[in-house]
Design a protein around this ligand. Structure first.
Ligand code: FE
Ligand code: CA
Length: 507
């Protein structure tokens, strides 16, 4: 990390004018302690602004720290578009969530922070296009970056892509402790308190490749389970632990503290709203869903436990129970009311594989399903895709992660009927590092799921998309070796979707 010292004269003037000279000078003298060791980030691009994030680091920080941010039209910071001061507070891990406003739509900007005598590296960000602007959208999706499963080489390549937006679709951290024989270890035991979640984010965010990816473009983020606890559902943990509400509150607080979300998203107790919507010019409406916070518990769990299982449809009537929901009925309704029929595309950024994936021949009701994903909440899925069908929307594209595999699929209003039309297209991207099921198990089930065009659990990387009014082009970017910090990346497969016709076509 490069840290440029602020010239001493400017520092003293600043200190004198801002009336907190004693502590400011005292800490400024500790110039060898990096104050931006976790990098910077931006997110939530809007036509007139975005969120700029950092967190001040170092031991024995004062309760409150003044942090100056600058936003420029050029990477040399000659044309400053906006500037402000935020107070980083110990109660929120000295995180900064600055929200410049009144900016030009559809434009790139550069930003940086100054605090305690140090200047952060600069990052590139952007505003969204105006709602009526002709626009294109270059973006990538990524998920599941388990620290101890490999290196973040994928992020180094992502930072080199010329992207308008990065969408991160969950499992930013993993709460687990690490085995001793892994490539790099999580520090400490399982994260389950505010301090241990904060420490876990600090470990992940120390990675220079991840920092570079954050600094390269604004991000849109949703979480999945591992930001809190594997397979949690609403207020139920996998092990049915008591006081899980407190744990969720701690996890959500640490999440907000480390992500470029606005101040308005700051959690209240164990609640934090990440559900959101963004219009990208006249091109696309992006819906961001939360499938963890409001869901019903997984169907037919193992005795005495919560969390996922793999169950026969015949043995688990709950799987198809219309009273169960993955999104919560309120969020389902919010989505049903929010589809955009005026723009060619609706992008649904959410956590996990939506396409049905039966692990056995599903004819005669003999399907075998994993209960944590959409297959465990098929009535919820049918309602969502039924609405897409009823409204005759054509350009609906579902984006996901969670399953640590590249899946490309056609989404049908009824997966059990071969003649049911394709109503939407799905790109579920593989993990940055996390490992998946053996490829032979995925292959063995492919013939039971003819709507799935591509399924690879042995690939690590991300998906890159180029969207215009006519088509979506997709590249599956795959690392040679996730254990090699300098791994090359290449395109393993390409697909395209036409705005007027749902369904993925190989290129
Ligand atoms: Fe994961
Ligand atoms: Ca997950």
């Amino acid at each position: 990390m490069i840290i440029r010292a602020v010239p001493r004269r400017r520092l003293l003037q600043g200190a004198a004018s801002l009336c907190f000279a004693p502590s400011f000078l005292r800490f400024a003298l500790a110039a060898d302690v990096p104050r931006f060791a976790l990098g910077i980030a931006s997110g939530q691009p809007q036509p007139s602004g975005m969120v700029l994030w950092t967190r001040i680091t170092g031991a024995d920080l004062p309760d409150q720290i003044e942090v100056t941010w600058e936003l420029a039209r050029d990477d040399a910071f000659k044309q400053i578009a906006a500037r402000g001061v935020e107070t980083a507070q110990a109660a929120w891990a000295h995180s900064v969530h600055a929200e410049p406003s009144g900016l030009e739509p559809g434009r790139r900007y550069w930003y940086r922070f100054t605090a305690m005598g140090q200047q952060s590296p600069a990052g590139r960000t952007a505003t969204a296009p105006a709602a009526d602007a002709n626009a294109s959208l270059n973006f990538a999706i990524a998920s599941c970056q388990r620290w101890d499963a490999g290196h973040f080489a994928a992020w180094r390549h992502m930072a080199q892509e010329d992207l308008d937006v990065v969408m991160f679709l969950g499992d930013y951290i993993y709460e687990y402790s690490s085995r001793p024989d892994v490539i790099r270890r999580h520090e400490g035991l399982v994260a389950n308190t505010l301090d241990s979640y904060r420490a876990r984010y600090a470990t992940y965010k120390s990675d220079p490749a991840l920092q570079a990816a954050h600094a390269s473009a604004p991000w849109l983020l949703v979480w999945d389970d591992h930001e809190v606890d594997n397979d949690y559902a609403n207020l139920q943990s996998q092990t049915l632990e008591v006081n899980f509400e407190q744990r969720r509150a701690a996890a959500y607080q640490a999440y907000w503290e480390h992500m470029p979300f606005p101040k308005s998203a700051r959690p209240r107790g164990a609640d934090m709203r990440i559900t959101g919507r963004l219009d990208w010019g006249s091109l696309a409406r992006i819906h961001l869903l939360d499938d963890r916070q409001y869901r019903d518990p997984q169907a037919c769990p193992k005795a005495g436990r919560g969390g996922a299982a793999t169950v026969m449809q015949k043995a688990c009537a709950e799987l198809t129970d219309p009273k169960r929901t993955l999104l919560g009925f309120e969020q389902e309704q919010w989505l049903a009311n929010g589809w955009d029929s005026t723009r060619p595309w609706n992008l649904v950024a959410q956590q996990t594989l939506m396409a049905r994936y039966s692990w056995r021949d599903p004819s005669n009701g003999d399907g075998l399903y994993w209960t944590d994903g959409w297959d465990g909440y098929s009535a919820s899925r049918n309602r969502l895709l039924g609405t897409v069908s009823d409204k005759k929307l054509k350009g609906v594209v579902v984006l996901g992660g969670d399953v640590h595999s590249n899946y490309v699929a056609d989404l049908k209003a009824n997966f059990d009927d071969d003649k049911s039309p394709v109503v939407a297209t799905e790109f579920c991207g593989t993990s940055i590092t996390s490992t998946a099921l053996p490829q032979d198990r995925i292959n063995a089930a492919r013939r039971f799921n003819p709507h799935v065009h591509y399924g690879r659990g042995d690939q690590r990387g991300y998906m890159r998309f180029a969207l215009d009014a006519k088509q979506l082009q997709v590249q599956l970017r795959v690392l040679d070796d996730v254990m090699n910090i300098n791994s090359n990346i290449s395109t393993a497969a390409q697909f395209r979707v036409e705005a007027a016709r749902p369904g993925a076509m190989p290129v």
